[in-house]
Design a protein around this ligand. Structure first.
Ligand SMILES: [Zn+2]
Length: 335
């Protein structure tokens, strides 16, 4: 998607234009970071996580004022605010309203036009309060750790750091996988306190001989890993994952905690109540489903998904090229 505003074009989490906005460091939003010759607009934290500090920034534009505000999704995640005489446009990127331990919840500004992510598009998705999930996780880990080694999986970028902070809050200092340690170091550089011991450090090697609590990349934690660790080290192993999809999919682990870095439907409504946008476009996930649910609540919402774009392209006969959804005279979002 690109934002087109008063003759200024900016890629939103892709690399199509010369000027590219990156909302946060997850790879599905950061394609522009890997492309040469792109001017980037992103927070200092996001550039550090992507290893792109010092890259040329997007130039200021006379008639469009750009600002970044917190999105609450992970360290450095932002929303884009673009203001012009057409009004105020906000793109949320991935966002969460509730506070986490490593990042505050999203800021909400009143706006005219909102492009909102719809990863969890179903009105029936309602996450339990994150504080309660964190308490439950610590209780479960402490109980399991009396007899077993405990391995908890979460995405290496963002969720794993939230898990380390959760365990710290419960008085535990976990061992962390090297990939997670790399990210923890950058969190620490930006002032997020994370007590942990790298798995491959001398201290970690020593602690591995006894039962330990480990935070691991999401895709490594399953029954196979539990079996291998158990066989190699001769100890019991309990496994868990942290994901917002806990009630949607089955995972090959002992326990799944519904801990998400995205907004659920209730959080989206909370956001919309405060932002009061005149026009909403939904993107990512099942955006058509979310747009319908929001229309049923009285909002002026439509989908901005690849599928919707293709349908629109068929209808207007553009063959999919430069399909554009326009709100005002000079503001639009285009493929
Ligand atoms: Zn993300």
């Amino acid at each position: 998607m690109n934002l087109r505003l008063n003759g200024f074009s900016l890629s939103l989490d892709n690399a199509k234009c010369g000027d590219c906005y990156i909302s946060h460091a997850h790879s599905d939003h950061a394609a522009a970071a890997g492309r040469k010759g792109k001017r980037l607009l992103a927070s200092a934290e996001t550039l550090a996580l992507l290893g792109k500090e010092g890259r040329e920034a997007v130039h200021a534009h006379d008639s469009v004022k750009l600002r970044l505000i917190n999105a609450g999704h992970m360290l450095g995640s932002t929303q884009l605010v673009a203001e012009s005489d057409e009004g105020k446009f906000v793109y949320t990127g991935d966002f969460k309203v509730e506070d986490g331990l490593t990042v505050k919840g999203a800021e909400v500004e009143a706006c005219n036009y909102l492009l909102m992510e719809s990863t969890y598009s179903s009105p029936s998705t309602a996450f339990p309060p994150r504080e309660k999930v964190r308490e439950e996780l610590v209780r479960w880990v402490k109980k399991e750790a009396e007899l077993n080694t405990v391995l908890i999986g979460g995405y290496s970028l963002g969720k794993a750091q939230e898990l380390v902070a959760t365990l710290n809050e419960g008085g535990l200092v976990p061992l962390v996988h090297p990939r997670i340690e790399q990210v923890c170091k950058i969190y620490s550089r930006f002032g997020v306190r994370l007590e942990r011991i790298p798995l491959d450090s001398p201290e970690g090697e020593e602690l591995k001989k006894k039962n330990f609590v480990g935070v691991m990349p999401f895709h490594l934690v399953d029954r196979e890993l539990a079996y291998d660790v158990s066989r190699l080290c001769g100890k019991g192993v309990a496994t868990a994952l942290a994901t917002g999809w806990a009630n949607t999919f089955r995972y090959p682990v002992d326990k799944v905690f519904q801990l998400s870095d995205h907004a659920d439907f209730g959080e989206m409504l909370d956001y919309l109540e405060r932002a009061k946008p005149g026009k909403i476009w939904c993107c990512y996930g099942d955006s058509e489903y979310l747009a319908r649910a929001l229309c049923a609540k009285g909002y002026n919402a439509s989908a901005f998904s690849e599928a919707a774009q293709r349908t629109l392209a068929d209808e207007v006969g553009t063959g999919g090229a430069a399909v554009e959804v326009s709100a005002g005279k000079g503001i639009g979002v285009q493929v």
